[in-house]
Design a protein around this ligand. Structure first.
Ligand SMILES: [Mg+2]
Length: 182
C-alpha cells in the first residue's frame, strides 16, 4: 500500500525504465529480439492511464547488449518500434525512447544510467521538461541515482532492497493508480 501520494498536473514528465518495469528481465541475458520481449502483466492498461496524466512519457534504458555485439542497433530499434506501437494500440503513449548502447568502458558521455546524459538529451528534445516536475520509475538503484542527480522524484518499482533510496516504492506500474494525485 502506498500511504503518500505525489501531486502532479498535466505539465509533468514521466521517465520510465524498460527492463523490469515494462518488460520482464531475462535471466542473465538481454532482450535481443521482439520474440524475447515479455510484457509485465498490467503494463499496457497502466500506460494508457498514465498517458492521460503526463505531458511527456519517455523511456530511458541501458542496453549494453549492443555494445557487447550480442545484438545490433537495428535489432534494438525493431524491439522499440514494436513496443511503442503496441502501447499506442492499447491507448498509451511513449514520446521517445533513449537507449544507452555503448559498452561501459566506451561510455565517455556517461549515457548509461546512473549517468544523466539521457535525461539531458530529453530536455534538449523537449525543452519544457522541468526535472522538479518529473518522475523516474525504475527497478534499479541506477535509475534512482540518475533521477536524484537531476532533482526528479523517484519511484522504485519491483525491488525489495531497502537500502536503495527512493521517494516512493511500487510493485508494478499498476500501483500508479494509487500513487498520483491530480
Ligand atoms: Mg531496469
Amino acid at each position: 500500500m502506498i500511504s503518500d501520494k505525489l501531486e502532479i498536473d498535466k505539465t509533468w514528465t514521466l521517465f520510465l525504465d524498460r527492463d523490469g518495469v515494462i518488460n520482464t528481465l531475462q535471466h542473465n541475458d538481454y532482450v535481443k529480439t521482439w520474440e524475447n520481449f515479455e510484457w509485465i502483466p498490467g503494463v499496457k492498461p497502466s500506460l494508457a492511464y498514465l498517458a492521460s496524466l503526463f505531458k511527456h512519457i519517455i523511456v530511458i534504458t541501458n542496453q549494453q547488449g549492443v555494445g557487447k555485439q550480442l545484438m545490433t542497433e537495428q535489432d534494438l530499434e525493431i524491439i522499440h518500434t514494436n513496443m511503442v506501437n503496441e502501447i499506442t494500440k492499447a491507448g498509451g503513449r511513449i514520446d521517445h525512447v533513449f537507449a544507452a548502447t555503448a559498452l561501459l568502458a566506451n561510455d565517455v558521455e556517461q549515457m548509461r544510467k546512473p549517468g544523466t546524459k539521457m535525461l539531458e538529451l530529453a530536455k534538449e528534445k523537449f525543452p519544457t521538461i522541468n526535472f522538479a516536475k518529473s518522475v523516474v520509475i525504475g527497478d534499479s538503484e541506477s535509475d534512482m541515482i540518475m533521477g536524484q542527480k537531476m532533482g526528479t522524484w523517484t519511484v522504485l518499482c519491483n525491488n525489495k532492497n531497502e537500502d536503495i533510496q527512493a521517494d516512493f516504492r511500487i510493485n508494478s506500474l499498476m500501483d500508479c493508480i494509487h500513487l498520483f494525485k491530480f
